[in-house]
Design a binder for this molecule. Structure first.
Ligand SMILES: *Cc1c(COP(=O)(O)O)cnc(C)c1O
Length: 712
């Protein structure tokens, strides 16, 4: 693996440092440095500065070093970065002066940080990534722990029959913004965990996000047998047992990483049940220090919190008890003589017999559990009530911290510039202040519409460019070029539907009555188009079936080329879609969507949410900031709920959405539409930002943790 970094001209010698700190991904001023450095390469590498620095010619580097404008931008970027890393003047130290300078460990099986680091599958990863980015902005000393996954999650392509094909690409190490982690003794961080009866070695990579670092475990090392090298190769790749082994590695190995690197976290935050084996290793540590099992468990509980994301009982990871015991055989250490007690913490019967349930382990080994939306909080309480048998509802340690999105990551640059012009250059600092957004009423219609139209045109250009690539480089059929979005119209009302393809999200609901939909899409002078994107999990056959059907609709001439499917949904595609669509469609079956976050990303950009009242929308919808699809039929029976919801959706499209969009004044501006756009921004920006979310975690769960656990 080549990690040699070429030497750079002195004037810009810190470019490597800027490139390896993913804070650049949400700092327009740092992005500008790389754009100016070599714009064609910036485009060619899909915005990957590490790769750019490898590929740039010496001549271009020398030129840049002599360009005073670039050097000035560079100097500002370097000092901005060191300010961010020091966290001086930021929210956390200002709000909690005098707290010991000890970190909060944040464990997650996936992190979505940038498309150049394919270590995420979807919403859970985006949430973790946004949490850490916001933590960095607020100056919170978070340390993330996750997996490197050199083959990541799959890339998707669709055959001309509409079949999803999955390709796992090997990460090109020297193009990835990761560096080998170094222990407190200055050595490479090579550690191991015993799984069953064999030693599994792993190495550790570091990703920087300004104030925050994330450490990623990777078992693809020489010392391991081939099967163990594969253990962390892919995200959600293997069978049940490899999944369990991954989770042991993450929990137990993750604690060892922190120790080897010299961290003494004050609070431990478990993001979803995959991470819950943290408890085992921490109890073991405390037993080694001479504590009793009960005291150790209590100590671990008081310093650990848990975020649950899964509103379906069957969705929580659970394993046969004997499988867990045999996989853990080499991990017990001093916990060996308390095995039954430990196994008891995880044992839970949610209807399928007693299993070792990762969520039960997490709930019972933490002092607070939180759900990710108000509605999900109620569902979680009902689902897990019997785990708190004698606790009255109001004393139950279950809280709700509704998800939010990292605004600097998701806001379109054009929209940010509009806010700068009309709300003030420092709008970003106030973005979680509810009153601040009253000022959005001062943004003139003309300016707002110009931005909305520009964002849609960027999206359509992006989609067509991808279609052109398919045509040029893969010689796909003409039908596939149409399905990829060639016939999209840059001026037409554009609806986006992009998310994992799975049954409960009902991707096909809008096709319930295809003739009625065709009339809506192809109406004379009021055309509507729909852009779909999303992967189906490799094992989700029903999800793949939905995808195939949607693809079939995209090539069906009945819809006039007004339906497109964009392949290989990832962060890059998501940025264009959530910013460029006019309407963001979301049709989950209630209450299966714990929160959902793509609609928040859309709403802060003024793309209007059209959704069933599930997840965050149950608390986010105000009556005037988008639309609520409500067929009025409750319950679980698709045969009753689906037709009612479809009818409600069509009515909204026919009577509200389309007429409002095409109701134009003399200057061709949709005044009523823009009123809703302002409402969407005003109501979602402060309340559904990661800033509000992370501050809530900090106030409710992090800061209290600092006063209960004495220094080690
Ligand atoms: C935001 C995002 C998601 C999550 O979307 P949901 O609304 O939760 O379905 C998934 N994938 C990507 C790439 C995203 O950016």
């Amino acid at each position: 693996m080549g990690f040699e970094r070429r030497s750079l001209p002195e004037q810009i010698s810190g470019l490597w440092q800027l490139a390896f700190d993913l804070r650049w991904t949400w700092q327009p001023a740092v992005r500008e440095v790389f754009r100016r450095l070599d714009y064609p390469l910036w485009r060619l590498t899909s915005h990957n500065p590490v790769r750019m620095l490898h590929l740039m010619t010496d001549q271009r580097l020398m030129q840049a070093a002599r360009d005073p404008a670039i050097v000035a931008l560079y100097d500002a970027a370097i000092s901005g970065l060191s300010r961010a890393v020091s966290a001086k003047g930021s929210w956390w130290p200002a709000t909690y002066p005098g707290l010991p300078n000890r970190p909060i460990a944040y464990f997650s099986a996936e992190f979505a940080l940038h498309q150049s680091l394919p270590i995420y599958a979807g919403g859970l990863g985006v949430l973790a990534g946004d949490h850490c980015k916001e933590g960095s902005d607020l100056g919170i000393p978070l340390v993330g722990i996750g997996f490197m996954y050199p083959q990541g999650y799959f890339h998707q392509s669709i055959t001309s029959e509409g079949q999803q094909e999955e390709q796992y690409e090997h990460l090109q190490w020297d193009h990835a913004p990761v560096e080998p982690a170094v222990t407190k003794e200055g050595k490479p961080c090579n550690l191991s965990v015993v799984l069953r009866d064999r030693v599994v070695h792993f190495t550790v990579w570091c990703v920087r996000l300004g104030r925050v670092k994330i450490y990623l475990l990777d078992t693809s090392v020489q010392e391991n047998a081939p099967a163990d090298r594969e253990l962390s190769a892919r995200l959600y790749g293997g069978d049940r047992e490899s999944r369990l082994q991954q989770e042991i590695l993450l929990g137990v190995g993750g604690v060892r990483v922190l120790r080897a690197l010299g961290y003494q976290p004050m609070v431990w935050h478990l993001n979803e049940g995959h991470t819950a084996f943290v408890a085992l290793e921490r109890i073991r540590e405390l037993l080694d220090l001479g504590e009793s099992f009960d005291a150790a468990l209590e100590r671990v509980r008081r310093s650990t919190i848990f975020t649950t994301h899964t509103p379906v009982a069957a969705g929580h990871d659970a394993f046969p008890v004997d499988l867990v015991e045999s996989c853990l055989a080499g991990c017990w250490g001093a916990v060996e003589s308390h095995r039954d007690e430990f196994m008891g913490i995880g044992c839970y019967d949610n209807g399928a017999g007693p299993l070792f349930n990762m969520t039960a382990l997490a709930i019972r080994s933490t002092s607070a559990t939180n759900a990710v939306s108000q509605l999900h909080g109620r569902v979680t309480f009902d689902m897990w009530a019997k785990i708190w048998p004698n606790v009255p509802a109001r004393e139950c340690p279950l809280k709700t911290v509704t998800n939010g999105v990292h605004v600097p990551t998701w806001i379109a640059p054009d929209m940010a510039r509009l806010f700068e012009r009309h709300l003030g250059i420092d709008w970003e600092e106030h973005h979680d202040a509810v009153e601040f957004w009253e000022r959005i009423s001062t943004v003139p219609d003309e300016d707002l519409w110009t931005v909305r139209e520009a964002l849609r045109s960027y999206l359509i250009a992006f989609i067509r460019e991808r279609a052109r690539e398919l045509w040029t480089h893969k010689q796909v059929t003409a039908a596939r070029v149409v399905a990829a979005g060639t016939l999209l119209d840059p001026a037409a009302l554009t609806i986006g539907f992009a998310r994992r393809f799975t049954e409960y999200k009902r991707p096909e609901l809008i096709f319930y009555d295809p003739d009625r939909l065709a009339r809506i899409l192809t109406a004379f002078r009021r055309p509507v188009q729909i852009v779909f994107a999303g992967k189906a999990h490799p094992a989700d056959h029903q999800g793949k079936h939905h995808l195939k059907n949607i693809f079939g609709r995209a090539v069906d001439p009945v819809f006039g080329g007004r339906i497109a499917f964009v392949e290989d949904y990832d962060l890059h595609v998501a940025h264009f879609l959530v910013q460029g669509c006019d309407v963001w469609l979301n049709t989950p079956r209630k209450p299966y969507e714990a929160s959902g976050t793509s609609g928040m990303k859309a709403s802060i950009n003024g793309a209007l949410h059209l959704s069933t009242g599930d997840g965050w929308w149950a608390e986010g919808y105000t009556g005037s900031n988008g639309w609520l699809i409500d067929g009025g039929v409750a319950g679980d029976d698709p045969a009753a709920v689906d037709p009612a919801d479809a009818e409600a959706l069509y009515r909204l499209l026919e009577e509200e959405v389309v007429p409002t969009f095409y109701d134009r004044n003399a200057n061709r501006i949709p005044v009523r539409w823009l009123q809703k756009v302002r409402e969407a921004i005003r109501t979602t920006m402060p309340r559904f930002s990661a800033r509000r979310m992370v501050k809530q975690y900090a106030e409710w769960m992090y800061a209290p943790g600092f006063s209960v656990e004495p220094r080690h």
